[in-house]
Write a protein that binds this ligand. Structure first.
Ligand code: NAP
Length: 253
């Protein structure tokens, strides 16, 4: 049976790179994001390049009912999910806590924490029934160290880090593997989303140093997934060489 991976947030950036990497490794893919056109285009290119079978599941991870319905309605042959990558996430805004936009806070909390929980809770019964599975949570260095003005985003990724540890404990008995990757700066649509479409401001984030690219994280995901059955990578931090800590970047010029 060809293994199946369910990846959230595959319309851009890290999620799309993970889909491309796992397609090349021979996986079938369940592709999620809100932008249906983007995941349709990805599925077409994966089919052409790797012969990958894809099932599109375009829902908003914040919509609890939509998550339940989408996963419940999976055809039987797609209900055997070997890998879940909880990748969908975002930062919105960058401001000191007393000036924070509460609407932005809600979006980050609902997406990065509650969305991850909704998807995980609905996929887990399928993995438990199969007696195996592997969940990879995409956290962030922001969940390991806070940085100036990152307050709520850092908190949501700290929650992902804590949930990752808790899932690891709770799911070992099935046995389901649980891993997290915490990247530093990766150039994707992340900063464009954070700065609400201001591409000029977003591009400045990556000036003067060599940031990570999405495929660096995708390769780390594959490293985690390709360990032998008895090996679980609990936690992995991946940083640009020029970024030793969340809030420290050595820029040239
Ligand atoms: P990105 O290029 O903006 O991609 C984010 C993806 O998440 C998109 O596919 C987006 O798709 C999806 N998404 C956002 N909200 C969603 C929702 N409510 N429901 C479903 N899908 C949703 O950013 P990225 O850098 O690849 O981010 C991926 C993950 O890596 C995030 O969890 C982020 O926090 C984490 N991360 C990023 C960095 C970085 O520097 N880039 C560093 C550390 C961790 P739609 O908009 O089409 O829904």
């Amino acid at each position: 049976m060809i293994p199946a991976a369910f990846i959230t947030g595959t319309s851009a950036g890290i999620g799309r790179a993970i889909a491309e990497n796992l397609a090349a490794q021979g996986y079938r893919l369940i592709l999620n994001a809100r932008r249906t056109d983007k995941i349709e285009a990805l599925a077409t290119s994966l089919k052409e390049n790797h012969g990958t079978e894809c099932l599109l599941l375009p829902f908003d991870v914040r919509d609890r009912k939509a998550v339940e319905v989408a996963i419940e309605s999976l055809p039987d042959d797609w209900k055997k999910i070997d890998v879940l990558v909880n990748n969908a996430g975002l930062a919105m805004g960058l401001s000191s806590i007393e000036e924070g936009n509460v609407d932005d806070w809600e979006v980050m909390i609902d997406t990065n924490i509650k969305g991850l929980l909704y998807v995980t809770r609905n996929v887990l019964p399928l993995m438990i029934a199969a007696g195996k599975g592997h969940i990879v949570n995409i956290g962030s260095i922001a969940g390991k160290e806070s940085y100036a003005n990152g307050n709520v985003y850092c908190s949501t990724k700290t929650a992902v880090d804590a949930l990752n540890r808790s899932m690891r404990i709770d799911l070992a008995k099935y046995p389901i593997k649980v891993s997290a990757i915490h990247p530093g700066a990766v150039e994707t649509e992340f900063s464009i989303v954070r700065f609400k479409g201001d591409e000029d401001r977003a591009s400045k984030v990556y000036l003067g140093f060599e940031n990570l690219v999405a495929s660096d994280v995708a390769e780390a995901v594959w490293f985690i997934l390709s360990r032998p059955t008895h090996v679980n990578i609990n936690d992995l931090i991946i940083m640009p060489t020029a970024q030793p800590m969340a809030g420290v970047i050595h820029r040239k010029g």
